[in-house]
Write a protein that binds this ligand. Sequence first.
Ligand SMILES: [Mg+2]
Length: 382
Amino acid sequence: MDLKTNHASPVLTESSSVNISRLAFRQNMLPCSSPTTVLSTGLHLTVPRKKTGVLDDVRSTGWLDAMIASSPPPKRVTRDANEKDGAADTELSYQTWMVKYPSGLNTFEKIADHAKGKRIVLFLDYDGTLSPIVDNPDFAFMHKSMRDAVKRAANCFPTAIISGRSREKVLDFVKLTNLYYAGSHGMDIMYPIHKISSDGHTCPVEKQLKKFNLFQPASEFLPMIDEVFNILVEATKDIAGATVENNRFCVSVHFRNVDMTNWPMVGGIVHDMLKNYPRLRLTHGRKVLEIRPIIDWDKGKAVMFLLESLGLNERDDVLPIYVGDDRTDEDAFKVLREGNRGLGILVSSIPKESSAYYSLRNPSEVEMFLKRLVRCKKSHAL
Ligand SMILES: [Mg+2]
C-alpha cells in the first residue's frame, strides 16, 4: 500500500540535501554587579540592575520558576553518609513513583502481551531518549550500539524519530535511512516512500532517500523564524554559554551552559522578544527555551499524521508506542492515552507527572527495551 497523502496541507517532494542547522555560540561574560534575589524556589540569584523591568516580567509570569522546574540539576557523586542517606531517599521516592509509572523493562511481558497480534509502530524522541543530554547540544551523538538497536527495530516496525531539533540535524545524528523523521516538534516531517507489506513490515522503496515526501504545516513562518533567530543571536551574544539554535520551524535558546545567575537575563531577552511576535509562543524544555509558531500542531499531531499517512490510524490491530523524555513529548503521550490508542513511555531518572503509562530510566534502558522488542518480534512472540 502506498502512503496516503490526503491532507489539506501541502505535501511536497524534495531531493535529499542535508543541511547542518545554524548554530551560534558566544563566550563573552556580562558584568554582573547587582542585588541578590530569593526566588520562590529558594534559589538565590544575582540580577543585573539595568534589566530590572524585563526581569520582573520574567518572574511575575512564572518563567523563571518554569526554567528551573524544567531543568533538574545533574546527579552528584555521593561523598558521605548523609549524602548516601539522601541517595537512598531519592531511590525510594523513584521506586514509589514507579508504582504509577512501571518500568517498561520490568513489565515488558505485560507490554508484549498487550502487543500480541498487533502491528507496533515506534515513535522515538532523540535528545535524552536516544542520546544522552550533553553540555553542548551540537555533540549529542548517539552511541553506535543505540544506532544499531534503532536500525534493527526499524527493520521490524515502522519507526519515526520526532524531535525538537531541525530535521536535518536529527538525520545527521541518527544517519539511518529506514526511518521517518519529524523535526521542529513535528512541524517538518520527512517520510520515505514505503510500502506496507501484508505482514505489516515497511519496505523502503528509496533506500538512499533520493526522493521522499515532506509535510510542513508551518512553512509560512520560515522568514519569521529566521528573523527571530538573528535577533536572539545578537541579544544573547554577551551571555556566556548561551546558545541559539535555528531548528528551521522553531528557535531554541539553550541555557544549560549559562551560569544560573544569568538565567533571568536569558528569560528576559526571550520574553521581551516575544512581545513583538504575537504569532509565536514559548515552550520550556530541559534547559532550553523554545520559540515556535502558534499553530495547532505538536508532537501529538505529528504522531497522528504519521499513523494516518501509513494507513494505520484508528485501527484495533495497531499499537503505537512513543518513547520520550521531555515536556513536549507529553502531547504525544496524551494523544495515545486518549481512547487507548497506544502506549507512552517516559524516559526519566527522577519522578515527575506524565501522561505516559510506563517509564524507562535513561537512554541505556531505552536501548535495552528496543532490543527486547526486536527479540520478541523475531521469536514470533509479538
Ligand atoms: Mg528529549
